[in-house]
Design a protein around this ligand. Structure first.
Ligand code: NAG
Ligand code: NAG
Ligand code: NAG
Ligand code: NAG
Ligand code: NAG
Ligand code: NAG
Ligand code: NAG
Ligand code: NAG
Ligand code: NAG
Ligand code: NAG
Ligand code: NAG
Ligand code: NAG
Length: 709
């Protein structure tokens, strides 16, 4: 028997002593190292003051924690505005367990002493400006390091992703190196050194080559992300040996091959499968039904084909199905969508699907975004679509749907609908004039282009008070342009081009509030469309408000003079009045549209001189006044001197150096040498215009939104 009794007096003394001296008072050595670390910063974001005011016990300092011996174990200095190198004095703190320096402006390299420290378990240096390579294994270190979590993401690290480093990282659980500029391959020995790895995030780097089949040796892996890189080859079958995988994501690489049904079922814990933006081919395997936990399925922008397996309806946890831009075909009716009660987003844009919209889709009561554009669907929109109370994004563009009247009556029950793109359907039908079309209180983006609709612009449109974008181009609409008044408070993109509208432009249009503000970016809309809006496969708008501010009345039968009030629309980027019957002079006030990047007044009956002040539209990169009856010299000093003869042709009374008709000395515009700086500015604006807005390209092609929506 073993007994040991402590005399009560000794015990009391011990307790007293313990209470008297706080166990966490830091040692002088630790304090010294922390102060030297502080000294090394070029900007401390007020940390020195805070530490100074918090007394001499460094264990009480902001962001510092200690163990019972007064040794520093934690340094948590996230988002403190710190700048400068990570001082080696930090590595002198030999009891450090957790270091979090994320969201500062640390620069220079990551000290090897920190990464290969004998004590540190968690090291988070994400969101800084660290650069250079990640330290390779120093020769003297041969034993395993305790590091479990390493986050170097969102820095400027470059060079070869290290391979030997991981040999001594036997405890590593999470490695996040995303959003840097690492090059080279994913090291094949990674899982050999770090067999317990559960999270590996290498997204947004410049890694290339094959995915090593040895990743299959990381048997604890749950999250594997390596998107937006340059990986090629196949997805090795060994990857599917990792039955713990929950998140498998390799989007936007150059991977190819087929999804093997026999292998994919092994990763039965999978919740996210993201292989979008690769070169995968073949079908979706039937066995996908066995992925009972699947929530996100992203296979968009590949080369996949075949019919959808009916078993897709068994994946009842699915929230997102993204199969856009592939070659899938057949009737959707095979899939029973009724069981997919969690489905929020279904994107089948640009495939070869045919048949009608299966009734079972109307049972997916949580569906918020449905895009079926650019397929071969036909038939009518069932009134049951009104069941989709959460539906806010619907795009049916470029199919063969019929009966627009019935469709609108069905859709008005979808109270939340904010984006409705239905163009290139309903061919040659009459535009419904029915006053009982109402609802649509939240509708912001409406496109009904290229349907050859006949009739007038209907009055029910005037009740859509939330409308921001309205596209009615390429129809056969007749009658006047209505002057809505209240419905245009939020409108900033109006396109009615290529119709047969007539009469004068209503002055009310010149009062569009969103176009009157002088600021190019009037507001940032926090309400994102549920899906990014595609103008074509490579041009997409993620935010509605990033659309260009446009007034396009081109190719109609409008007449009268261009109202002076046009000068109110100061936010306009693009104004097209071409191919109408406008007469009179170009109003001077057009020169107030300082943000204008494109101006097309061609093919009208405009007379008089070109306003000299047009020269001041410095952003203008597309300009056309050809085929009018303008006269006099072309102002040749600034912006207008950058345009070719084709911008001015067909005005016999115009003269200028770009035209065959040179001005006589009396009427010659003063010639001056353009300063070099201005030239380069123009070029930059032209490029920005083309790349950012893509408007030039789109408007040149008249087929406005080919893959729109
Ligand atoms: C002392 O440190 C705490 C955080 O640990 C901080 O919130 C406080 O502002 C500091 N006191 C002074 C006087 O700086
Ligand atoms: C602390 O770090 C400095 C710089 O790396 C080094 O010169 C010094 O020897 C270290 N002191 C201790 C006690 O480790
Ligand atoms: C580091 O701090 C940030 C900000 O508080 C936090 O989001 C992050 O999770 C922390 N890192 C680790 C590894 O805990
Ligand atoms: C860094 O990555 C780790 C592991 O993925 C994560 O726990 C931590 O929250 C990340 N830090 C930040 C600031 O996001
Ligand atoms: C990796 O870190 C980044 C922050 O830079 C974070 O956004 C991302 O979610 C992390 N990855 C994982 C898988 O946690
Ligand atoms: C990538 O890092 C940069 C800073 O280096 C940061 O601004 C950006 O938000 C990061 N991107 C992601 C996706 O985390
Ligand atoms: C991707 O790899 C190809 C060759 O494999 C190379 O030509 C290309 O520049 C790489 N792209 C990037 C972004 O690294
Ligand atoms: C797309 O897949 C088909 C087979 O379905 C194949 O013949 C074709 O070569 C693939 N195209 C590309 C670009 O990979
Ligand atoms: C899919 O669900 C149906 C019933 O909804 C069931 O009969 C069938 O066996 C399931 N298939 C698989 C592969 O789980
Ligand atoms: C798409 O699939 C159809 C068969 O459904 C085939 O005829 C066509 O060639 C495929 N298109 C491409 C681009 O692979
Ligand atoms: C689709 O599944 C639902 C249950 O989720 C069932 O009630 C319905 O009969 C099925 N429809 C068809 C056509 O199989
Ligand atoms: C459209 O549907 C309505 C209501 O179902 C019907 O009355 C009308 O005849 C249909 N129009 C056409 C052109 O089929």
């Amino acid at each position: 028997m073993c007994s040991f009794t402590v005399p009560p007096v000794v015990l009391q003394l011990f307790v007293l002593l313990f209470l008297a001296s706080p166990a966490t008072a830091c040692t002088e050595q630790e304090k010294h190292n922390l102060l030297r670390f502080l000294d090394g910063l070029s900007c401390d974001g007020g940390l020195a003051t805070s530490w100074h005011n918090n007394g001499t016990d460094c264990c009480e300092w902001e962001g510092i924690s200690c163990n019972g011996d007064g040794a520093v174990t934690g340094v948590s200095l996230e988002s403190k505005g710190l700048e400068g190198p990570i001082s080696l004095f930090l590595t002198n703190l030999t009891s450090l367990l957790r270091v979090n320096l994320s969201h500062n402006s640390f620069s220079g390299g990551l000290p090897a002493e920190l990464m290969f420290s004998g004590s540190i378990i968690v090291l988070d240096v994400s969101f800084n400006r660290l650069n250079g390579p990640l330290p390779e294994l120093p020769p003297l270190i041969t034993t395993n390091r305790p590091l479990q979590v390493l986050n170097t993401s969102s820095n400027q690290f470059s060079s070869q992703f290290p391979s030997a480093t991981w040999k001594v990282m036997n405890s590593l659980i999470a490695l996040n190196a995303s959003n840097n500029s690492f090059s080279g391959n994913i090291p094949s020995s990674l899982c050999l050194g770090s067999p317990y790895l559960a999270l590996l995030d290498l997204c947004y780097n410049q890694l290339s080559g094959d995915i090593p089949n040895t990743l299959g040796d990381c048997s604890k892996l749950k999250v594997l992300k390596a998107g937006n890189k340059n990986l090629s080859g196949i997805l090795p079958v060994e990857t599917f040996r990792v039955t713990s995988l929950e998140y498998l994501s390799f989007p936007n690489n150059g991977l190819q091959g087929e999804l093997d049904g026999a292998h994919i079922v092994k990763v039965s814990n999978l919740a996210t499968l993201d292989l979008g933006g690769n070169h995968f081919s073949g079908k979706i395997p039937e066995s996908i039904a066995l992925l009972k936990r699947l929530e996100e399925l992203h296979l968009g922008s590949n080369n996949m084909s075949g019919e959808l397996p009916s078993t897709l309806g068994n994946c009842t946890n699915l929230k997102t199905i993204d199969l856009k831009i592939n070659n899938f075909s057949g009737d959707l009716g095979k899939v029973n969508f009724s069981a997919l009660q969690n489905l929020r987003s279904l994107d089948l844009m640009m495939n070869n699907f045919s048949g009608i919209i299966p009734e079972s889709i109307y049972s997916c009561s949580n569906l918020a975004a449905l895009r079926l554009s650019a397929n071969h669907f036909h038939g009518e929109i069932s009134p049951r679509i009104g069941n989709l109370k959460h539906l806010s994004f619907l795009s049916l563009v470029r199919n063969s749907f019929t009966n627009i009247t019935k469709s609108l009556h069905a859709l008005k029950s979808c109270r939340n609908i904010s984006t409705l793109f239905i163009g290139t359907n309903f061919m040659n039908e009459a535009m419904p004039q029915d006053e009982t079309i109402d609802g649509f209180q939240n509708l912001q983006f409406l496109s009904m282009q290229q349907c050859s609709f006949t009739g007038r612009i209907p009055t029910w449109l005037s009740k859509l008070t939330s409308l921001k974008i309205l596209v009615l181009s390429n129809n056969q609409l007749t009658g006047p342009m209505p002057s809505w008044n209240n419905s245009i408070n939020h409108l900033f993109h109006l396109d009615v081009s290529n119709n047969s509208l007539s009469g004068e432009i209503p002055i009310a249009l010149m009062e569009m509030a969103m176009l009157k503000s002088d600021k190019p970016a009037i507001y940032l809309d926090p309400n994102l469309p549920d899906l990014p809006i595609y103008m074509n496969p490579s041009l997409q708008y993620r935010m509605g408000s990033s659309w260009p501010k446009v007034l396009n009345l081109g190719k109609n039968k409008f007449t009268g003079v261009i109202p002076q009030e046009i000068g109110h629309l100061k936010a306009l980027l693009y104004l097209n009045l071409s191919f109408n019957n406008f007469y009179g002079e170009i109003p001077q006030s057009i020169c107030n549209l300082r943000n204008l990047q494109g101006l097309d007044l061609s093919n009208n009956h405009l007379t008089g001189a070109i306003p000299v002040a047009l020269e001041n539209l410095h952003f203008l990169s597309r300009f056309n006044i050809s085929n009018n009856d303008l006269e006099g010299p072309i102002p040749a000093e600034e912006q207008l001197s950058t345009f070719q003869a084709s911008s001015f042709d067909g005005n016999p009374k115009l003269c200028g150096s770009v035209l065959t008709n040179h001005c006589s000395s009396v009427e010659a515009a003063p010639v001056s040498i353009i300063p070099a700086k201005q030239c380069s500015e123009k070029i930059i604006f032209a490029i920005a215009f083309g790349v950012f807005f893509g408007v030039g390209v789109l408007y040149d092609q008249l087929v406005l939104f080919r893959y729109f929506g």
